[in-house]
Design a protein around this ligand. Sequence first.
Ligand SMILES: Nc1ncnc2c1ncn2[C@@H]1O[C@H](COP(=O)(O)OP(=O)(O)OP(=O)(O)O)[C@@H](O)[C@H]1O
Length: 262
Amino acid sequence: MPKIIEIRNATVYRDETRVFDGLSLDVEAGGHTAILGPNGSGKSTLLKLLSQELYPAAEDGTHVRLFGQERWNVWELRRRLGIVSNDLQHRYTGYALGLNVVLSGLYSSIDVWPHEHFRPEEIERANRLMETLGVAELKDRPFDAMSTGQQRRLLLGRALIQDPDALVLDEPTSGLDLRASFLYLDIVRALMRAGKTVILVTHHLYEIPPEITRVVLLKQGRVIADGPKHRVLTSAALSALFELPIKLIEVDGSYQAIPGNG
Ligand SMILES: Nc1ncnc2c1ncn2[C@@H]1O[C@H](COP(=O)(O)OP(=O)(O)OP(=O)(O)O)[C@@H](O)[C@H]1O
């Protein structure tokens, strides 16, 4: 089976800034990966590579393959790789109604449009997803009249309605309070346990749930560590990543960081 992500020797510029210089990174189906990096390490740039909003500079031996393929029709790609990003949340129109936010995933559109048609079973599926995600009551509510947590759940529903092979989650709990964070992470954990491959891109340690098996540390556009979570996540590695003394605390498979020598 082809790898979900196969990035080989990618050099990526954003304007004049060279964000990645020969980046290589693979993600296979099965197992769940967290890509952890501080501000400016290249996480958003990586997400843009995955959504094909950015491409690497053309050089010999360079490629970004998603499910074994370099060029995708974006709509086809969305069916395979669901991306829930903060960027998307900011771009989403305020007056889109809850049910339509979920349905819009079928066309990878922002809100639904008159030319988009939905079969009764698709509407039924959207309704069921909203129930599973605990947002059934938001069916007729405009997006800008929802809390950040409610919006985030609907955007997860928007990705899930395509039943993608893998989900990429960008800082899934940023802007959510403790309760909303924990409830959202519970949903993500249930998806992982149900076999959906999840790739989490974040700088928040507490977003790494017990189900994550592999951790990649990204610093200044480079992968500085990559391997099983228990080996990669150490006080020393995090101190090096964030360039200050960090003490890593792990309780029942969840992580937190406090200042100090570990
Ligand atoms: N449009 C742009 N033009 C020039 N440089 C950019 C642009 N966007 C990002 N960069 C630079 O690229 C580098 C990586 O940025 P990127 O946004 O990918 O990091 P990030 O890990 O997502 O950061 P954050 O956690 O703050 O969102 C940074 O040095 C940033 O200043």
